[in-house]
Design a protein around this ligand. Structure first.
Ligand code: GRE
Ligand code: ZN
Length: 323
C-alpha cells in the first residue's frame, strides 16, 4: 500500500460470481458480465494481487447482478443461503482483505429478512445488496411487500445496497433497444442502469419507507445514480402545488449513502460533496467491471482535504458497515 500515504482503502461495490447462482441466469442476464467473466469467478490470489497493486486494502464482495432477484422462492431461498455460505468461505481465505454483502431471496421477503439476519449475525456480513427490479413481475423494491427486509436492516443496523440490473424489458424496448446492437453499453452502465436505479432511489423516498424506518440506510453506487445532481430540481417539482410534498433533499441526505463505483470524475465528485457532504460518500471501484488501478490514483490526485479523503476511503465505510 504505497499510495495515499498508507491510508487504509476500503472498496465496497466489488463483484464476484458464484457458479451455482449464475447457472440460473437466463436471457440477457446470462451474457451481461461476459467481458469480465473470468475475473468475476476469480476470488483468490489473483484478485488479492490486483488489490495489492492498486493499493486497496479491503473489498466488500457482492454477487454480480441480478443475483437471486429474478428467482422464485423455492429456488432462491436455498440458493441464496448456500451462496452466502460459500461467500463466507471465500472471505475466510483472506479475512483482512475480503468481506461480504449478503444476497437475499427477495421472492419471499420474510425469508429474505431472515437470511439478512443470519448473514449478519452468523456469517459476519456487512449488509446486503439487491439488484434492480424483483421477480418476473419486475416489482420495485419500494413495494411495501419488501418492507420486512428494510425493517430488518434497520433493526440490525446494516445498510441495503440498491444496485442496478438489466432493466425492465418494456422500458428497454421503448427507450433503448434500437441502439443496443451498436452500443450494448447503453443498456447497462451507459444509461439503462442509471435510469432504472435512479427511479428506484426516487421511489424509495416517495414510498415513505423512511418514515416507518427512520434509521434505514440505503447505498447507491455510481455517485448516487445522478440523484445528487438532480436533487434540487426533484425537490422543486415534487413540492409544487398539486403534489403531496416531500422533503426529498432531507431524506436523500439522511437515509442514503453513495459510492464512487465506476465513476472517477472530479466535477461529478465535487457536486456530490457539495450536495451530500463528505460523510455520505464511500469509496468503491465496481471491480471487475472497472479496473482497480485508476480508483486510488484518482482519489490521491483529487483536490480535497486529507480529512475528507480519509472519510471517503475508509472512515465512512468503517462507521456504516461496522468494520
Ligand atoms: C455493474 O455491476 O456495475 C455492471 C454490470 C454489468 C455491466 C456493466 C457494469 O453488472 O458496470
Ligand atoms: Zn456494480
Amino acid at each position: 500500500m504505497t499510495i495515499l500515504n498508507d491510508q487504509r482503502v476500503i472498496a465496497i461495490e466489488e463483484h464476484y460470481y458464484d457458479e451455482t447462482v449464475v447457472e440460473h441466469y437466463t436471457g440477457i442476464d446470462r451474457s451481461t458480465g461476459g467481458f469480465v467473466r473470468g475475473a468475476l469467478f476469480e476470488v483468490g490470489e489473483k484478485r488479492i494481487q490486483s488489490l495489492d497493486e492498486a493499493g486497496i486494502d479491503v473489498q466488500v464482495l457482492s454477487h454480480g447482478a441480478p443475483s437471486t432477484q429474478r428467482l422464485d422462492a423455492a429456488t432462491g431461498i436455498p440458493l441464496a443461503k448456500a451462496a452466502n455460505d460459500r461467500l463466507r468461505e471465500v472471505c475466510d481465505a483472506y479475512p483482512d482483505r475480503l468481506m461480504g454483502f449478503a444476497q437475499l431471496p427477495t421472492a419471499d421477503p420474510v425469508a429474505a429478512a431472515d437470511e439478512l439476519s443470519r448473514s449478519v449475525n452468523e456469517l459476519g456480513f456487512k449488509g446486503a445488496m439487491i439488484h434492480g427490479l424483483i421477480g418476473d413481475q419486475r416489482l420495485f423494491p419500494d413495494n411495501e411487500m419488501f418492507w420486512p427486509i428494510f425493517a430488518r436492516a434497520q433493526e440490525l443496523g446494516v445498510p441495503i445496497y440498491l444496485h442496478p440490473a438489466n432493466i425492465h424489458p418494456a422500458v428497454a424496448k421503448a427507450y433503448l433497444n434500437d441502439y443496443a446492437s451498436e452500443y450494448p453499453g447503453l443498456m447497462n452502465a451507459g444509461w439503462g442502469f442509471t435510469m432504472e436505479t435512479a427511479t428506484i432511489g426516487i421511489r424509495m423516498v416517495l414510498s415513505r419507507v423512511f418514515e416507518r424506518y427512520p434509521d434505514l440506510q440505503i447505498v447507491l453506487g455510481h455517485l448516487g445514480e445522478t440523484l445528487p445532481f438532480l436533487m434540487w430540481r426533484i425537490d422543486l417539482a415534487l413540492n409544487r402545488p398539486g403534489n403531496d410534498g416531500v422533503a426529498f433533499r432531507d431524506v436523500f441526505t439522511s437515509n442514503f449513502h453513495i459510492t464512487t463505483s465506476g465513476f472517477f470524475s472530479d466535477p461529478a465528485m465535487l457536486c456530490c460533496i457539495q450536495e451530500m457532504g463528505a460523510d455520505r460518500i464511500l469509496f468503491a471501484i465496481d471491480y471487475p467491471f472497472v479496473p482497480n488501478e485508476p480508483g486510488p490514483m484518482w482519489m490521491e490526485r483529487l483536490m480535497l482535504n486529507a480529512t475528507d479523503k480519509d472519510k471517503i476511503l475508509h472512515g465512512n465505510a468503517e462507521k456504516l458497515l461496522g468494520i
